[in-house]
Write a protein that binds this ligand. Sequence first.
Ligand code: TRP
Ligand code: SF4
Length: 326
Amino acid sequence: MPKRILSGMRPTAKLHVGNLLGALENWKKLEGAESYFMIADWHALTTEYASQSQIKANVIEVVIDYIAAGLEPNKSTIFLQSLVPEHAELALLLSMITPLSWLERNPTYKDQLNEQKGKDLATHGFLGYPVLQAADILLYKADAVPVGEDQLPHLELAREIARRFNHLYKKVFKEAEAILTKTPKVPGTDGRKMSKSYANTIDLSDSPQEVDKKVMQMVTDPARKRRQDKGHPEICPVYFFHTIFNKENQETVARECRTAARGCVECKQEMASHLAPFLKPIYERRKKLESERNRIRDILIEGSKKARAVASQTLAEAKDAVGIGI
Ligand code: TRP
Ligand code: SF4
């Protein structure tokens, strides 16, 4: 078990089942006294600077999602990036030593420029996204960062920046390892990757009725136009959820789909009946937390104080190593 871990999410939306299976469940397993779970509101601003009005509300929603999903603020540290100004300051310091070419060839940068078509992302802040992320990780001298595969290029950059700093000045930073989730990419209701930008999510804040409705509207194998058409479970998002929430019966489901022995409607109903007991407790914890928003704020303020104590120590070491200040 790694000693110190850090990870975070951007408060651009409420969290969904993809975030739960892809990240939160993994975080939960690793959670301990030296775990830092951040809400990356500065990172949200890199893409949402012109549609920023929801960020503040989403910060609270994401903390509620974290806790409803099982993180324990008494055990780990849950904090807000912008409440720990050391993140911004270290990012500036690291930006001095980060070659532009490292940022320009970052694959996630190129992907996002293509994907987020409606937004002008040709900004200094967006290019510097991985520098800020490196600051997040290095400030806590994290041993490991639990993330999805899409974050590997950012992790690698953080390691490269740490190495360059340590080499140029003094060994202050630690090179953090990635801890990858075992769950493959979770599909959304339309069969594409589950993502807020595709409006295909099942959210942790969806009521049991909403979840059932979304499941019944999910796309299935398009080859099964009629009940007697044989299907290909491996390309069906409903089947994906069977493999996670209805593991014991997955072979039967696959066989009956391939031989047209089951219809998609009953297949969805069966899947929904296995998904519900998993999501319902989270939904119910969430409902309760929604009525305690002041307590949520306090958790975030307290967590950020705790985080700041560590971050300010590391930043002082880094500034001292460089020789900035008096
Ligand atoms: N870039 C991450 C994402 O989009 C969020 C993030 C910000 C993060 N800072 C981090 C993840 C530090 C891990 C460690 O999911
Ligand atoms: Fe998907 Fe089930 Fe229909 Fe097969 S029977 S296509 S697995 S919903």
